[in-house]
Structures are given as C-alpha cells and as structure tokens.
Design a protein around this ligand. Structure first.
Ligand SMILES: Cc1cc2nc3c(=O)[nH]c(=O)nc-3n(C[C@H](O)[C@H](O)[C@H](O)COP(=O)(O)OP(=O)(O)OC[C@H]3O[C@@H](n4cnc5c(N)ncnc54)[C@H](O)[C@@H]3O)c2cc1C
Length: 435
C-alpha cells in the first residue's frame, strides 16, 4: 500500500515514460513510475535503431554506459521482387564519427539501463504492477491511479500516460479512441544469433560498425509494409510489418510474410546457420498527424506511441517518444515551479513545446498518413519493383541481342501495362496525399 502523494505518476517504462520520469526526477520532482512488465523493456519491441540526438538531450553521457550494439555507418534500401532486390546503399565516413548519430540497440537491455538512470535520479520505479484505472475527482480532473496490487490507489498532481500504442487506460477513461486498423501496423520480429565475425564478414563491417537494411516490394504481397534487417553485435534483428487493415483484407498472416522474407534469395544467406532465440509481435502507430488525440487535460498528459507520435515514412518512433516524454516532463516541472495547478490550461504548455519541435512539424508534413500509405499500394509494392527488376535485367544481361531491341522491349513492357500513364497518376496521387 503506497500512502504517499506524488508530484507525478508515470504509467509505463518504455522510451516515453523513461524520458518523462528522468526529466522530472532530475529536476527534483517526486515521481512514481509504474510498469506492468517483470522489468522495464520486458514487454517492449523495437527494430531497433536508437536516434542518439534525442537521448543525448536527456542523458548527455549515455554513450559511456548504455548497452549500445553497433554504430550505424551504412543504410541499404532494397526494392524486392520474389527473386531479386535492386538497392540503394549509402555508406559514409561522415557517419563513422565518435559520437555516432544512430545505433542499434536491444530494447530489453536498453530499457533496463534507462530505468536505472531514472532511479538514480530519484524516481521510485515499481514493476509487475498494472495500472487498471485512472481516478478522477468530482470535476473530472485526474488525481491518481488504481493498480492491480490489492486495488491500491495512489494520488498525484499529474499522471503521464506513457502506456504505448495499445494502452487501455486512455481509451477506457475516454481520453482517446482505440487506434483504427488503418492507423496501426502489426510487425513481427526475430532475433538471429551468429558470431560477431560472421556478421562482420557478411555485411562488410569491422569493430562496432553496423548496417541496416530496409526493404519494400513483393515481400508484403501488395500490402503497405516494410521488411527490415538490422545488425547487432552478435545477432541480426529481422522483421516485417504491414497495416492491420491490409492484413484483415488480404488474409495474409504476419508469420507467413516473415517466413517468406527469411527464405528470399537475398536474405537467406545473411542469416544462414543462425540460432533464433526470440520472436516478438507488436503494433506500430501509423495514423499520422490526423490520428493524434487530445494530448493533455486536467491532471493528465499523454506521450509517445499512446499519442500516435510516430513517423512511419521515416521509420522513427522512439525518438518522438523520448522527445514527447522529455517535453511533458519539462512542462510539468515549469507548472510546478510556478506553484500553478495541473489544469488543462496550464498543461497546454506541453502541446506548445511539441508544436514547436520536429515532432509535430514532421508529422504535419504528412497530414493524411493513411491516405499516403494507401496510395496504390499494389503498384508501389508489386508492379514497380517488378518493372525496375526487369529493366535492370535487360540492362545488365549480355546475350548477343542488340541493346536497342532490349531497350524497346523494356519500354513496350511499361506501356503494355499502361504504367507510364499509371506512373504519372500514382505520382500525382502521392503528391496530393503528401501535402
Ligand atoms: C517491430 C518494431 C520495430 C521498430 N523499430 C523502430 C526503430 O528502429 N526505431 C525507432 O525509433 N522506433 C522503432 N519502433 C517504434 C518504437 O518501438 C516505439 O515508437 C517506442 O517504443 C514507443 O515508446 P513508448 O514508450 O511510447 O511505448 P512502449 O515502448 O511500448 O512502452 C510502453 C510501456 O508501458 C507499459 N504499460 C502499458 N500499459 C500499462 C499499464 N496499464 N500499467 C503499467 N504499465 C503499462 C508497457 O509494458 C511498456 O513498457 C519500432 C516498433 C516496432 C513494433
């Protein structure tokens, strides 16, 4: 039974919750953080690319102690057909900097470290405790939480909802809606363990250098989705995800897509001989700007995935989660320092900070994310990769046929499938959805 009153209760110890708790505790606020998992990170899934800049703003010296896997020096984008991939690789020595911009991490280890930092700043963190309900006063102001530990009730000036994409508390309290099927992707991921030197050799790496591959094309069977292959020190994270509404319409299973992805001739050699030790499935919010719910109210704020703060086009989530958590923490600290109450009006400061940051500015750029993601997905994920692959084949194959005949055949193939006109149509629709 916890009888103390807190300045703030944070629900969830993922990226957003840890950022919020760290920010408030380091400024001297009395913070309680509740996490339903056995330990922070035990429930959390990410690819996982960590964007250093956002963590540096919270824990400037994180590189010295955080469990980082590899420093990313190369990005590969693949456009795949069933038998090929056509790629764009970007490897730059600019990324080979001491303070790298992106790292791979393993969330179960990283979140544990992040939580220790939060505790070191003075927050009380209790795991294996699920918040079952928000408690409101007679005026509707959130004043605390009820947990599954003997229906314990705990009171605080403000509650930070950092409960992730499928958190139940916000919808249950009527603060936001459950995400719609075309506003979330379902991703599945496996961890393939291999010796470090095997990974280095297969991906042309040395030391703590890392590479990530992101792939689109026939692997998603015409649905809007993406596959990924990320190098860790002694493992490869490999996964694929598509919009939930697409899975429902197409009758494909996430597991079926993952199996096919692993068997693809471009992928199988990279994971050959590996030992699979983990399998996970998780939702990713992809509703974009229009899907962002009310972010604050009397006695509460919502941060991270729970607030749909995720940039699907740029594959960024944890950085938006950390930034929103930090800004919520800073706003709460400012309201508290002025000795003002945690009213909706005062907590609007959090929204103002977010509006002025890259988080909302980037999401606003793709106002209608579902429309953008659904722009003729069959063409973008099936037809165009196929056309690019056959054009490359024609260009590269040396078989005694005159080049002009092969080029004409390529053009005829485009025209036959009416894709030249279609291409302009798709580009137009894409541009319309973009803005
Ligand atoms: C397969 C996959 C790959 C991804 N790859 C990347 C990537 O490479 N880079 C990137 O930046 N982002 C990536 N993301 C997105 C990223 O993982 C999320 O944006 C980020 O984890 C959001 O953090 P969060 O704190 O909001 O939510 P979460 O990390 O989900 O944390 C929510 C926490 O709340 C706890 N919780 C929920 N309900 C309760 C309750 N009632 N009581 C107590 N505790 C509760 C949960 O147990 C959990 O610990 C990926 C996501 C997936 C699924």
């Amino acid at each position: 039974m916890i009888e103390e009153r807190f300045d703030a209760i944070v629900i969830g110890a993922g990226m957003a919750g840890n950022a919020a708790a760290h920010t408030m505790a380091s400024r001297g606020l009395k913070v309680l953080q509740l996490e339903r998992g056995e330990y922070p990170g035990s429930k959390n899934v990410q690819g996982a690319i960590l964007y250093a800049d956002m963590l540096e703003k919270i824990a400037p010296d994180f590189r010295e102690e955080a469990p980082l896997e590899r420093r990313l020096i190369e990005q590969r984008f693949w456009m795949m057909t069933d038998r090929s991939h056509t790629g764009m690789h970007h490897r730059s020595d600019e990324f080979n900097e001491e303070k790298a911009n992106r790292y791979t991490i393993i969330r179960s280890q990283f979140d544990r470290w992040f939580s220790k930092e939060v505790q070191a700043k003075g927050a009380l963190v209790i795991c294996e405790t699920t918040v079952t309900e928000l408690i409101s006063d007679a005026y509707g102001k959130v004043v605390g939480v009820r947990t599954d530990r003997d229906h314990d009730t705990i009171f605080a000036d403000v509650v930070v909802l950092a409960e992730g994409v499928n958190g139940l508390l916000g919808p249950r309290a009527g603060l936001r809606q459950t995400p719609k099927p075309d506003h979330v992707a379902l991703a599945v991921k496996e961890m393939h363990f291999l010796p470090q030197e095997t990974i280095d050799a297969r991906f042309n790496l040395k030391g703590d250098e890392g590479v990530v591959i992101e792939a689109v094309g026939s692997i998603s069977k015409g649905m809007t989705g993406m596959g990924f292959i990320y190098t860790n020190k002694e493992s490869i994270s490999l996964g694929i995800g598509c919009l939930v509404s697409d899975f429902a319409e197409n009758g494909q299973t996430p597991y079926g897509l993952l199996e096919a992805f692993k068997k693809h001739p471009s992928v199988a050699p990279l994971i050959q001989g590996s030992e699979v030790k983990e399998y996970a499935a998780h939702l990713i919010p992809e509703g974009g700007y229009k899907a962002i719910p009310e972010l604050f109210g009397d006695g509460w704020v919502v941060v991270g995935d729970a607030a749909q703060l995720n940039n699907a086009i740029h594959r960024e989530g944890s950085n938006l989660a950390m930034t929103s958590g930090r800004m919520a923490g800073e706003a709460i600290f400012q309201v508290k320092s002025r000795k003002d109450p945690m009213t909706k009006q005062n907590l609007a400061l959090y929204k103002k900070m977010l509006d002025d940051s890259f988080v909302i500015k980037d999401l606003k750029k793709y106002k209608d994310m579902p429309a953008l993601l659904h722009t003729n997905s069959k063409n973008f994920f099936m037809t165009y990769p196929q056309l690019v692959s056959s054009a490359m084949d024609n260009f590269l194959r040396v078989d005694g046929k005159p080049k002009v005949e092969k080029e004409n055949a390529s053009i005829r193939s485009f025209v036959k499938r009416r894709t030249l006109r279609g291409l302009f149509g798709d580009a137009f629709k894409l541009a319309r959805a973009w803005r």
